[in-house]
Design a protein around this ligand. Structure first.
Ligand SMILES: [Zn+2]
Length: 323
């Protein structure tokens, strides 16, 4: 496809978005990592180059707002057309090293939801699985003795598939059981990275750059697997840790993993309210409108590796509430 045709189609798509702008809907986008370059073990993660063109498109064709402003605008019926918020979950260091400079270039605000227990050298269990398998040189990974199966990891693609499958199989286990699998895989690796997540210093830098910081629990558990007291502890301890470090109020919360009735339960929503938050975000795909539950705001990832499909996904979500 020629560059001219691409631009023509893009203009058409953006005109459509413009026309839909009167409906007063808010898109809240989710990102996790912004890699230095495409990574075969994390094909779902965006890299710097793609993030850069995505942000250029958002800056040019949309009204990118701080979450706080967007929610106030929704409440008082003053949301601008084509309103978008940008969010990041978990607290990866490359949010600061890669995403922040690009956001600053385009003067785009964003909110970063941080799992505070992994600051300063921590590693999430799913990253232990991915990074452990990355380094293995055996053709298979045999986890039958641990109740799973034997995985073919003979090629880069098979390694990536095995990591995704193992993560899917253990994701909803109790946190301590899940950690046993992740720690075992990490123990097979020669070296494991300890710099995937932000340092406290990087988080302070991110906040000082004008970005908002939100809560995402201490250890990123699936809340649905926890008792009410354990949920409260995770949420409160995370909020206090972030508020103490940043000397600011932490106003918004993102549910770990975030699927309603699967990763968190409806009767756990009241715990988040009671912990002093102003609103909370799920990962249920959708757009936000005035009468949507403020405690389970929808988000979505319009990931695609070309600008036209990226824009089309946003238009589809806007018009039909599906990707
Ligand atoms: Zn998360």
């Amino acid at each position: 496809m020629t560059q001219a045709l691409i631009l023509k189609l893009l203009r058409l798509v953006c005109t459509s978005v413009s026309g839909l702008g009167r409906q007063k809907k808010l898109f809240i986008l989710i990102y996790h990592q912004v890699m230095d370059q495409p990574d075969f073990m994390r094909p779902w993660e965006i890299d710097k180059a793609a993030f850069s063109w995505q942000m250029a498109l958002l800056a040019k064709y949309f009204n990118v707002l701080p979450l706080h402003d967007a929610l106030e605008n929704i409440a008082n019926d003053s949301l601008p057309s084509r309103a978008i918020c940008i969010t990041f979950d978990d607290g990866y260091a490359n949010n600061v090293t890669n995403a922040l400079p690009i956001l600053m270039v385009h003067k785009l605000p964003a909110i970063f939801f941080i799992a505070s227990g992994y600051l300063d050298g921590g590693r999430m269990w799913n990253d232990s699985v991915i990074e452990g398998i990355r380094t293995l040189t055996t053709p298979t990974l045999d986890l039958t003795a641990m109740g799973l199966t034997s995985y073919d990891i003979g090629t880069p693609d098979k390694k990536a598939d095995a990591a995704v499958e193992i993560i899917r199989q253990i994701k909803h286990l109790q946190p301590d059981v899940r950690s046993k699998y992740a720690d075992h895989i990490a123990s097979l690796a020669k070296t494991m990275p300890d710099d995937l997540m932000m340092s406290s210093e990087q988080l302070v830098q991110l906040h000082a750059s004008g970005m908002e910081i939100g809560g995402h629990t201490v250890t990123h558990p699936i809340l649905a697997t926890l008792t009410p007291d354990a949920v409260k502890q995770e949420v409160i301890d995370n909020k206090i840790a972030l508020e103490t470090l940043l000397n600011t109020s932490i106003r918004y919360f993102a549910y770990p993993n975030g699927k309603p009735d699967q990763d968190y339960l409806q009767d756990q929503v009241s715990i988040i309210k009671a912990c002093g938050y102003d609103a909370a975000l799920s990962t249920q795909a959708g757009v936000t409108q005035k009468y949507q539950d403020r405690w389970q705001l929808s988000r979505f990832t319009p990931w695609d590796n070309n600008p036209i499909r990226f824009m089309l996904r946003i238009v589809m979500m806007y018009a039909f509430n599906r990707l």
